[in-house]
Write a protein that binds this ligand. Structure first.
Ligand SMILES: [Zn+2]
Ligand SMILES: [Zn+2]
Length: 135
């Protein structure tokens, strides 16, 4: 496992509660960009007191501290992942799988859109994945 969550929390000055730790570890393992619902469904067995609101609040806290990234998908549902490597996403419109793909630099120059400050650039590619192409 990568960097110790408890250490990270110490650095950030947040308390490493069991719930936070489990959600973080869950995101570290899952590579499928889960939604709040999916995280809740998968963890409720282990954390019987968990609620969707708690999951949502923990994710908001993680977002605030740049521990996770939120991905906006085409169907307006937010998905989450650990913010550890910059990459882009490819969403297959047939099987709805979200793939991590290398980030190709398309860097915007602020001069191209005067008056706007860019804080984050997300590239979402949509199309058909190799396994659906084969069908
Ligand atoms: Zn597909
Ligand atoms: Zn990703």
């Amino acid at each position: 496992m990568s960097i110790n969550f408890t250490e990270k929390c110490k650095e950030l000055g947040i308390s490493p509660s069991i719930t936070r730790k489990r959600i973080y570890e869950y995101l570290e393992i899952s590579k499928n960009h889960p939604t709040v619902d999916e995280i809740y469904q998968d963890l409720i067995g282990d954390l019987p007191t968990l609620s969707k609101t708690t999951v949502y609040n923990v994710l908001s806290l993680f977002l605030e501290h740049d521990l996770v990234e939120a991905i906006n998908t085409s169907n307006n549902e937010k998905r989450y992942e650990i913010a550890d490597h910059p990459h882009s996403h490819f969403t297959c419109r047939i099987c709805n799988t979200i793939y991590d793909v290398p980030r190709v630099s398309t860097t915007y120059d602020s001069n191209q859109i005067p008056g706007f400050t860019i804080e984050n650039e997300q590239v979402n590619l949509i199309g058909i994945c190799p396994s659906c192409m084969k069908k």
